[in-house]
Design a protein. Structure first.
Length: 72
């Protein structure tokens, strides 16, 4: 299973920015190389696309995550 504990501070920051009503889309800086791997970072960034029709579908996200986790 992917370990996401290291992202808790980022999550808290995002939640605070949303609560404060910031209108500029906030995108935390993600390292290009992590134990999670470049494919996961690319998936996350594709989900942030400002054009909704350019974002991956949930089926695509689910399929990608299954491939990355070995089908878990």
């Amino acid at each position: 299973m992917l370990e996401l504990q290291c992202y808790k501070p980022i999550v808290a920051d995002v939640v605070n920015r949303v609560r404060n009503g910031e209108s500029i889309p906030y995108r935390p800086i993600l390292p290009e190389t992590t134990e999670l791997g470049k494919p996961l970072v690319e998936l996350i960034k594709s989900c942030w696309n400002e054009a909704a029709d350019q974002r991956p579908t949930f089926a695509h996200i689910r399929g990608t995550l299954r491939k990355l986790t070995g089908g878990e």
